[in-house]
Design a binder for this molecule. Structure first.
Ligand code: FES
Length: 162
C-alpha cells in the first residue's frame, strides 16, 4: 500500500514538469460571441480562472465613458479597457478576469439576475466591492480594477483569450 501511495503522489509532480498537450491547449480559449445578446454576459474558464465576457448596452458604454478620471481609485479610461492586443477598440465587448482584486473572490454580475452593485457592473459580496460598467473599482476595499486578460478578436464574432 505504501508503494502505491508513493507512486500516486509522485505522478502529479512529474506531470507538472512536462505540461501535457491538453494543459497547453488551455493557455488560450476561443469563444464565439454570437450567442451573447446585448446586455448579457457569460463566464468562460481560462487558465483556471473565470473570465467575464459582457456584451455592453449603449447606455453602459455611455455611462463608462462619462466617468471623470478623478472619480476613479484606479484611473483608466473606458477605451483602454476595451482595446484588444491588436489595438482594436470594441466598446461593446468588456472582457475581464472575474477575480476581485481585493482577496480574490469571484464577483457577481455576470449571470442573469445577479447583483451588479451600485455602479451597474460587478459586485463582490465578500467584502462589498463595487465595479462599474468598465469593471473599474468604484467603492469598497478592492484596490484595483478587474484585470483585462490578453485577448484578440479574430473576426467580428470570435475572440481568442490568452
Ligand atoms: Fe472582493 Fe474582498 S474579495 S471585496
Amino acid at each position: 500500500l505504501a508503494g502505491v501511495g508513493a507512486a500516486a503522489t509522485a505522478w502529479p509532480f512529474i506531470n507538472n514538469l512536462n505540461p501535457a498537450a491538453d494543459t497547453l491547449a488551455l493557455s488560450t480559449v476561443e469563444v464565439n460571441v454570437t450567442p451573447i445578446q446585448v446586455g448579457q454576459a457569460v463566464t468562460v474558464k481560462w487558465r483556471g480562472k473565470p473570465v467575464f465576457i459582457r456584451h455592453r448596452t449603449p447606455e453602459e458604454i455611455k455611462e463608462a465613458e462619462a466617468v471623470p478620471m478623478s472619480a476613479l481609485p484606479d484611473p483608466q479610461t473606458d477605451n483602454s479597457r476595451v482595446t484588444d492586443t491588436a489595438k482594436k477598440v470594441r466598446p461593446e465587448w468588456l472582457i475581464m478576469i472575474g477575480v476581485c482584486t481585493h482577496l480574490g473572490c469571484v464577483p457577481l454580475g455576470a449571470a442573469e439576475g445577479e447583483n451588479k452593485g451600485d455602479f451597474g457592473g460587478y459586485f463582490c459580496p465578500c467584502h462589498g466591492s463595487h465595479y462599474d460598467t468598465a469593471a473599474r473599482i468604484r467603492k469598497g476595499p478592492a484596490p484595483k480594477n478587474l484585470v483585462v486578460p490578453p485577448y484578440e478578436f479574430n473576426s467580428d464574432t470570435v475572440v481568442t483569450i490568452g
